[in-house]
Every structure is written in C-alpha cells, then in structure tokens.
Design a protein around this ligand. Structure first.
Ligand SMILES: Cc1ncc(COP(=O)(O)O)c(C=O)c1O
Length: 330
C-alpha cells in the first residue's frame, strides 16, 4: 500500500505525544509530563481539526458548494486553518481579525488566498471596540448582526457557536490521546479560547474514564486588555477567561460540566515556560502552550500527583510569534 495523500484534509490530526523528559528532570518532577504537539498539523495548529470538521459538515448538509465564500472572525489560527482548507476545497475565504494579532497570521492567511479584514478598519466595529475598551466579544456580537451573515453564496463558519468545534476534538483529539497512552492518563490540561479543545477532548476522556481530571487554563487579569491596562505586555493569544466572568462573556463552545479545575496564568509565566521548554527539549511553541505548560508544572509538583501522567496540549508553533515580544530575553 502506498502512502500518498491527495488533500491536506487527510493530513489533519494524529499529532504525536512527547514526554518532556529534560523539562521534567530540570524541575525534579515525579509526575510524567506529556505534550500533545499540535504544530504537527498541516497548518501548524490545533485549529486544522475544527476547520476540517466545520467545512466538511457544511458540505455534507449541502449548505456550501465550491466557489462560495466562507466567512469567520478569529484571533488567528482558525483563520489560517480555514483559509488553507477552503483553498484546498475550492472556496473563497474572508476573515475579520483583531488588530493586535501577530503579523505572521495576516501574512499566512493572505498567502493562502484569504481576505483579511482588521477590525479597526470597519468603522462601526472600531466604535464598538473604542466604547468597550477593546472587548472582542462585543465586536463579534456586532459583526454577527451586520457582517457575518449566511446567505446563498456566503457561509458563516462560526467557530464559537458551531457544535463541530467541540465535536472535532471529541472525534479526533480525545481518541488519539486515549489510544496513544493505552488509556493511561490521569490529568488533561488545555488552555481555553472558544472552549472547543477542553470540552470535546474532556468529554471523550471522561466518557472512557470518569476519573480523568480535566483542567482548563485561563489568562490572568494582567494579561487581558482592561481600562487600566489597555495593552498588556504579553497577551496569551487565542485564550479567554471563563471563570468569574459575566454570563454573556462565557466562551461559546465551552461545556461547563466537563472540567474539574481552573488554573489562571499570566503572560509572563507563559512566556517563561515557552522559553524554557525551547531550550530543554527543543520544542518551539506559542504563548497558550506556555500557559498550559506552566499550569502543568504546578500540577506536577503536587505531592498527590507523584507517579501520575499529565497530558498537556500545545496548540501551535512558536514560529507564529517571532514578530511579537514572546522570545525577548526576560
Ligand atoms: C494559540 C491558541 N491557543 C489556544 C486556543 C484555544 O483553543 P479553543 O478555542 O479550542 O479553546 C486557541 C484558539 O483560538 C489558539 O489560537
């Protein structure tokens, strides 16, 4: 049997698990730290999984046809994944993106044939952002009411509201982790943006073994734009708080019954973990991976976790952050 693939959609998923042996040794850990390296996906992030699932589900329902335009709003990785899969399947692609997202993300989407629209260039959206101190959720609400409409030739993929987001993780990420660990997993840790990764993976793992401990990671106050701090030094790209926040700001794809614990991490801690694991194990990842790793380190140090296996999901590659301050000496 040959091994030639015929579409990038066939290359999504089956990412490797890697024990961070040098990082474990450096910190004297008695628990196993295993990273799921999502940058092995064809477009270097976890979001390839949901892009494929959302587009193929719409195709299966007859809602889209080649030549149509797929539309979305995102802070980056989802846009890259959707642009690539749209290109491979013959769709046009248009995406509304937050201004502060790293330059690489805009450049990659454009290279893949997608059209990028910065939120600040849509006057009414800029007004919403100005009036809400840069509240992305408020901007998304406005965009949904006025720009992200599904009609005969345009289809709103909607990673936040689309059940295929968590569904993709329930059908691929969760089973892969279960198979690759032979079902030996005690703790699963992932950062939350839309909540799809934590929910879908958590749902699968809990269905197999209800005692798997599921931990969600959220950004701390100092790493989120606020009236006192409109431009945090390091934001944890793609993540969103989900504990102790107003109901209408909860991430749309999050199953609130699935996690057992929430850990809050600041951008500086995430960056420190990113820089450290690059040097100990040769793994170059983005800020949200660093946040999940820093959380995993605290969990691994707990006496009750001696001998346990912790799987931590690394959503994307550090190459997408070279134009940011993530790798500056600190
Ligand atoms: C870099 C990065 N990390 C983490 C996440 C969070 O993943 P999820 O949306 O599945 O919660 C995202 C999502 O946008 C992301 O782009």
């Amino acid at each position: 049997m040959g091994k030639i693939h015929h579409s990038i959609t066939e290359l999504v998923g089956h990412t490797p698990l890697l024990e961070l042996t040098n990082y474990e040794k450096k910190h004297g850990l008695r628990a196993e730290l295993i990273a799921k390296l999502e940058y092995f996906n064809p477009n270097q992030s976890v979001k390839d999984r949901i892009a494929r699932a959302m587009i193929e589900n719409a195709e299966a329902k007859g809602l889209i046809h080649p030549g149509d335009t797929l539309v979305e709003t995102t802070s980056g990785n989802t846009g890259i994944a959707e642009a690539a899969i749209a290109a491979a399947k013959g769709y046009k692609y248009q995406v509304y993106i937050q201004d502060q997202v790293s330059h690489e993300r805009f450049a990659v989407i454009q290279a893949l044939g997608g059209e990028t629209i910065k939120l600040s260039t849509v006057p009414a959206v800029k007004k919403v952002l100005d009036e809400t101190n840069g509240d992305f959720m408020a901007a998304v609400k406005y965009l949904k009411e006025h720009h992200l409409k599904t009609d005969n030739t345009r289809y709103f993929l909607d990673q936040v509201g689309n059940p295929e987001n968590a569904g993709a993780h329930r059908e691929t990420t969760g089973p892969e982790i279960w198979e690759d660990t032979d079902g030996k997993i005690d703790i699963f840790i992932a950062a939350v943006g839309t909540g799809g990764t934590l929910s879908g993976t958590g749902e699968f793992l809990k269905a197999r073994n209800p005692s798997v401990h599921i931990i969600g990671v959220q950004p701390g106050e100092k790493s989120m734009p606020s009236p006192e701090n409109p431009h945090p030094k390091i934001e944890i790209t793609g993540t969103h708080p989900f504990s102790g926040i107003p109901e209408d700001h909860m991430p749309g794809a999050l199953n609130r019954d699935i996690y057992d614990e929430v850990i809050t991490i600041e951008g500086e801690e995430a960056a420190a973990a990113v820089q450290e694991v690059a040097k100990t194990d040769g793994i170059l990842v983005g800020t949200s991976s660093g946040a999940a790793l820093y959380a995993a380190l605290q969990v691994a140090k707990r006496a009750e976790n001696k001998g346990k296996r912790i799987v931590v999901l690394f959503p994307d590659t550090g190459l997408r952050y070279l134009s940011t301050n993530l790798f500056e000496p600190r």
